[in-house]
Design a protein around this ligand. Structure first.
Ligand code: AMP
Ligand code: ZN
Length: 457
């Protein structure tokens, strides 16, 4: 039974999809104004593990991820600079060029980390009509107001505002006194549509019922997730920083429009932290996958490091910890090469015993490892424990190397360390050897063990 920690209830809950074995999953994607840092990528690795665990449990997953290419200010609320404009200014390019370049760079990073691609990848700028429709629905429901040219969401009209982050509405009202944006009735009200641009030279502008402008950041996720997954779906995730503002506002928008529950499970990944605190794009010092490669690491060394820490625990990153991950991962690859080499030889040794007691014993032992593995990953994605189970299996003297290999390759459907590729690389067998192997297999089929042993020798 798969259990997942739901931020909404602050508890582990049994996971059951709304529609039989089909899971709808939405993950908040990157704002494409700069390279993703390894902190961002930790969140995408966590979401990839979640998706792989769902697939391992035989669910069919429809995964939607957005690309934010408009509207995200440097604070997650309505303050600061426009991130896309900031990127354009920095590089002397248009916002469209910036968006295209960094979206491609992000997809490259995803590939390097062996992250499964979303089924639907959707850009905010391709969904302006859907956002406008949603804002119109909210307006019709009386949940918006216009002030100083912008359309705001009025959080006091939504009684459940802040449930995800456990915010207290009375406190939120009291906070109004210290608000800087005089147009807002409450500091937590947020912009749905900017008509009066806060920024000069805003290139991205669209016609709307409230005149020319552009959307606030949060509305894109509500509009696109409901377009592709329906008005009630299973899972929504992101990093923990999204709980108090972005996801809180997404819930207010979606449920404020439909009048019913929107998402069943909310999962949030903890941050990657550096010596000097959390890694962020604005702090100026951050590591990307390309930088790690320049330092001689394989991107999958970093993935292995991520697997070693549960997604709900902060990951304290250092190059020393990455070195340790790299050598453990190298050790694993060496074992796979060794197991693969032994596999051919081994199969001939087993033909006598496989039908006897030790064969049954091994099958039971393999089933036990598989059951332990499933128990770990189904317990809120306990991948560090699952890795430990794999290492115990590697050292188990009772199992044949071929059996170990079989299980490891199966577990890698969840780990995503591309271990199959390690196997493929080493079984580049010369043709004449392959002929002997085929001939030997024929001999074994005919139970001609004498000939089979000769061929092996
Ligand atoms: P952004 O591109 O800023 O919207 O962030 C993309 C994703 O990375 C979001 O899900 C964030 O929650 C997540 N994120 C941002 N900083 C970190 C960090 N230091 N560690 C882990 N995840 C992060
Ligand atoms: Zn989002």
């Amino acid at each position: 039974m798969l259990t997942l920690y739901n931020t909404l209830s602050r508890k582990k809950e049994e996971f059951h999809p709304i529609h039989k074995d089909h899971v709808g999953m939405y993950t908040c994607g990157p704002t494409v104004y700069f390279f993703a840092h390894i902190g961002n990528l930790r969140t995408y690795v966590f979401e990839d593990i979640l998706k792989r665990v769902l697939l391992y449990n035989n669910f069919k997953v429809k995964h939607v991820m957005n690309i934010t290419d408009v509207g995200h200010l440097t604070s997650d609320a309505d303050e600061g600079e426009d991130k896309m404009l900031k990127g354009a200014k920095r590089e002397g390019k248009t916002v469209w060029e910036i968006a295209k370049f960094y979206e491609e760079a992000f997809m490259e990073d995803m590939k390097k980390l062996n992250i499964l691609m979303p089924d639907i990848k959707c850009k905010a700028t391709d969904h302006i009509p859907e956002m406008i429709e949603l804002i119109k629905r909210l307006e019709k429901n009386g949940m918006t107001y216009i002030a100083d040219g912008n359309v705001y969401y009025d959080i006091m009209k939504f009684p459940h505002y802040g449930v995800l982050a456990r915010l207290n509405l009375e406190d939120l009202q009291a906070g109004a006194r210290i608000e800087v944006d005089q147009s807002k009735k409450n500091p937590h009200d947020f912009v749905l549509w900017f008509t009066k641009s806060k920024f000069e030279n805003q290139e991205m502008k669209w016609e709307s019922p409230w005149s020319v402008g552009y959307p606030g950041w949060h509305i894109e996720c509500s509009a696109m997730s409901m377009k592709y997954l329906g008005e009630h779906f299973d899972i929504h995730c992101g990093g923990i920083d999204h709980i108090p503002v972005h996801h809180t506002n997404e819930i207010a928008q979606s449920e404020g429009a439909t009048g019913h529950k929107w998402v069943n499970f909310w999962l949030h990944g903890e941050f990657l932290i550096m010596d000097k605190g959390k890694m962020s794009k604005s702090s100026g010092e951050f590591l990307t996958i390309s930088v790690l490669q320049e330092k001689g690491y394989d991107p999958l060394d970093y993935r292995y490091l991520c697997l070693n820490t549960h997604y709900k625990t902060p990951l304290a990153f250092s190059l020393e910890s990455l070195d340790a991950a790299r050598s453990a991962f190298q050790g694993l690859k060496n074992k796979i090469i060794e197991f693969q080499k032994n596999k051919l030889i081994e199969s001939s040794h087993t033909h006598d015993s496989a039908s006897g007691d030790s064969g049954t014993h091994n099958i039971q032992l393999m089933q036990k490892y598989k059951a332990d593995f499933i128990e770990a990953i189904d317990d809120d994605l306990n991948v560090p424990k699952a890795l430990g189970i794999m290492w115990t299996l590697i050292r188990d003297k009772d199992l044949l190397d071929s059996e170990k290999l079989h299980l490891i390759i199966d577990f890698d459907k969840v780990f995503g360390l591309d271990l199959n590729n390690v196997v493929e690389k080493i079984i580049d067998v010369p043709i004449e050897i392959q002929k002997l192997v085929d001939e030997r297999q024929e001999a074994r089929k005919k139970k001609d063990f004498k000939r089979s042993d000769e061929l092996r020798d």
